[in-house]
Design a protein around this ligand. Structure first.
Ligand SMILES: Nc1ncnc2c1ncn2[C@@H]1O[C@H](COP(=O)(O)OP(=O)(O)OP(=O)(O)O)[C@@H](O)[C@H]1O
Ligand SMILES: [Mg+2]
Length: 144
């Protein structure tokens, strides 16, 4: 099947669960297993949390969430217009955090990588960040 959605919300912590639930409802069309769905929801939570806590240090800004289903693959894009990431390769390293003083573990990107088939990160300082999570599902409904 083919499907898509786009939405925008303010980057406040209350919207993390909202975004996760939207993705779960969208992905339910592919008859995912409980485990597959939990994995994607966790990856989405990490990306959305990053947009909320890192992208906008001063005032909350907008987060754009988009989803696409193509066959049995789901693509979820989380974008912000925030401060951006100076060194994406470094940020993706396990245990790297830009906020050690807040006791963050620096594992968000590692979790996204382990629970998705692939992730892409595009970012520039002052330009914001775009994360795309790609996950294939085994459910039969997805095959056209
Ligand atoms: N959307 C974003 N905008 C700006 N910087 C970001 C964004 N996402 C990630 N980063 C930077 O990349 C670093 C690594 O992110 P990651 O999610 O792996 O770890 P963390 O958020 O610091 O810790 P954890 O996710 O374990 O709480 C962050 O500390 C931050 O410096
Ligand atoms: Mg994080």
């Amino acid at each position: 099947m083919k499907n898509r959605f786009d939405m925008e919300f303010i980057g406040i912590s209350e919207n993390e669960a909202f975004a996760r639930t939207v993705v779960a409802a969208f992905t339910a069309m592919l008859d995912p297993t409980v485990e597959e769905l939990a994995e994607l929801k966790t990856a989405v939570s990490e990306a959305v949390t990053n947009a909320i806590v890192h992208a906008y240090p001063e005032e909350s800004g907008f987060v754009v969430l988009s989803g696409r289903i193509d066959g049995n693959t789901v693509y979820i894009t989380i974008s912000d217009n925030g401060i951006g990431i100076a060194d994406v390769d470094k940020a993706r390293e396990p245990l790297f955090t830009g906020k050690p003083e807040e006791e963050r573990s620096g594992l968000g990107f590692s979790i996204m990588e382990s629970f998705c088939d692939s992730i892409t990160v595009t970012s520039g300082l002052g330009e914001g960040t775009v994360i795309t999570l790609e996950k294939r599902f085994g459910g039969s409904k997805g095959e056209i």
